[in-house]
Design a protein around this ligand. Structure first.
Ligand code: GRF
Length: 213
């Protein structure tokens, strides 16, 4: 059984999608948040999953917080750390510690629009496609080898909220599938890129022409 530790900061809908997917050969060993009021914590606790909250404001530095966070994560002997709406910039040491076994989901088609307000920015630029990306976490924010991407059409009249809602639905499909592939040992990074291999087709979700996807 592979152990997955999921980090959240808020509602944790991606965490819920991963738990509900029931990844073969893996279990969600713990859900950890940097805010005790993260709604996803209660959801996980109700399902018997170990939870912890570490308030980043209680630590004197980013390094001190990341060290405490690593200790909390490592108590669950993780094979994979999953960032699911975890709103913290991580130190280089922390990202190195989990290199090759820490994934993030970002609500844009990276490398476009790293950082915040991705949907506003995609609309402002007149993008015709928007989407989400699952990638390995490296020291550079929203960078790192791309594991999976999903795209949706941008529709006339879309607002940041309507676009976010459509992309989020896709996130809930894409992230569990990427985690499943990781747990199955189907993902290999070669020369800084994820090699396409077994199951790679499941890593690309694209809109069907003329659908509302
Ligand atoms: C998602 O849009 C994710 O892509 C981004 O933060 C949001 C988290 O949502 N990183 P949730 O907490 O998983 O519901």
């Amino acid at each position: 059984m592979k152990n997955i530790v999921i980090l959240i900061s808020g509602r944790g809908s991606n965490m819920q999608a991963i738990v509900d997917a029931g990844i073969p050969g893996a279990r969600v060993a713990a859900v950890i948040a940097n805010r005790s009021d993260a709604a996803g914590l209660a959801w996980a606790a109700e399902r018997g999953i170990a939870t912890a909250a570490l308030d980043h404001k209680a630590y004197p530095s980013r390094e001190a917080f990341d060290a405490a966070l690593a200790e909390a994560i490592d108590a669950h002997a993780p094979d994979l750390v999953v960032l699911a709406g975890f709103m913290r910039i991580l130190t280089e040491g922390f990202t190195r510690r989990y290199e090759g076994r820490m994934l993030n989901i970002h609500p844009s088609l990276l490398p476009a629009f790293p950082g915040l307000h991705t949907h506003e920015r995609a609309l402002e630029m007149g993008c015709k496609l928007a989407g989400c990306t699952v990638h390995f976490v490296t020291a550079e924010l929203d960078h790192g080898p791309i594991v999976a991407q999903g795209a949706v059409s941008v529709l006339d009249g879309d607002t940041p909220d309507s676009l976010a809602a459509r992309v989020l639905k896709l996130e809930h499909q894409l992230y569990p599938e990427a985690v499943r592939r990781f747990a199955a040992g189907e993902i290999a990074v070669v020369d800084g890129k994820v090699a396409s291999g077994a199951g790679a087709a499941a890593s690309l979700l694209s809109p069907v022409p003329s659908s509302k996807a």
